[in-house]
Design a protein around this ligand. Structure first.
Ligand SMILES: Nc1ncnc2c1ncn2[C@@H]1O[C@H](COP(=O)(O)OP(=O)(O)O)[C@@H](O)[C@H]1O
Ligand SMILES: [Mg+2]
Length: 276
């Protein structure tokens, strides 16, 4: 349990995100800068059209970091600083978002963190939804894809052709648009392993975030985790057991944990010990 104690010491606890506390009318779109050629991912040859996002849809799905005017953006900015500091120290560029069980809030944290990183003028973020059995990133963002990871895995397009640019200038996203049945084999395949290594090589000063499936429910996550530099653990406050944590740590002995997000904390007092 030493590793988890260490991780919990570094915890950024997130309050339960309540959409009532934010208002779509307060989202300032003019803060978002236009896409500039030099900011495109080097691995992407084509000009990506920025996709406008619907603030009300985002907030309904607990996505708040798209706008600096949103007060909950600060929570993710602090998480961003913590994660980037730790990654920079070690020269890590790829980050997995993990949890023992489903429903912890991995996808919510992954999207908000990617957006927060992309808000930094000197950084960029590529978010890859690798929860192939239960993809949700494109759905939470409210974006459709002509080419998704499904098409890439079926050899119908290149990985670059699946990339979307959802509104923020330095953010790129890709994911599956529907469930992939043979997800374990796909995640262990050469194709996905090449995606992990080529995005790592091409992201420069940015971060590639992989939203992973829950570790304890299949072999999916552990088949790809060893290829990813480090991981951020997301735990739902009061929604996990010591046994689950133990099992998680046993399944991921070599994973470099950069921290733990205690998510869905209802009462500020409860998460104070883990806060900064
Ligand atoms: N901090 C939070 N407060 C309230 N609801 C949350 C929070 N984080 C996630 N959720 C909700 O919990 C559900 C599961 O989140 P999700 O990110 O899809 O989990 P996972 O990717 O770990 O399976 C979603 O309905 C999401 O909107
Ligand atoms: Mg998810």
């Amino acid at each position: 349990m030493e590793r988890i104690k260490e991780a919990l010491d570094k915890t950024r606890a997130l309050k339960t995100l309540q959409s009532e506390t934010t208002g779509a009318d307060r989202v300032i779109v003019s803060e978002l800068q236009p896409l500039r050629g030099t900011e495109r991912l080097a691995l992407n040859d084509k000009e990506l059209e920025p996709i406008l996002l619907d603030p009300a849809h985002l907030e309904k799905n607990c996505i708040f970091a798209h706008s600096k005017s949103n007060e909950l953006c600060g929570v993710f900015d602090r998480l961003r600083t913590h994660v980037l500091n730790r990654m920079s120290l070690k020269g890590w560029r790829t980050l997995a978002i993990v949890s023992p069980a489903p429903g912890a809030g991995k996808s919510v944290v992954a999207i908000n963190l990617a957006m927060s990183i992309a808000q930094l003028p000197t950084r960029r973020a590529l978010l890859v939804d690798l929860d192939l059995r239960c993809p949700s990133v494109l759905r939470y963002l409210g974006v459709g894809a002509d080419n998704s990871l499904n098409d890439f895995l079926e050899d119908k397009c290149s990985f670059e052709e699946t990339l979307l640019k959802p509104q923020l200038p330095r953010l790129s996203v890709t994911g599956a648009s529907r469930r992939i049945e043979n997800s374990t084999e796909q995640l262990a395949s050469r194709k996905i392993q090449d995606v992990v290594s080529s995005t790592r090589s091409n992201i420069g000063d940015g971060v590639v975030i992989f939203d992973l499936p829950p570790v304890l429910f299949s072999d999916d996550a552990i088949s790809i985790l060893p290829k990813i530099d480090c991981a951020l653990l997301v735990l739902p406050d009061g929604g996990y057991t010591e046994q689950e944590l133990d099992d998680f740590l046993q399944q991921t002995p070599e994973t470099n944990l950069v921290g733990t997000v205690l998510n869905k904390v209802a009462d500020e007092k409860e998460y104070a010990p883990y806060g900064y």
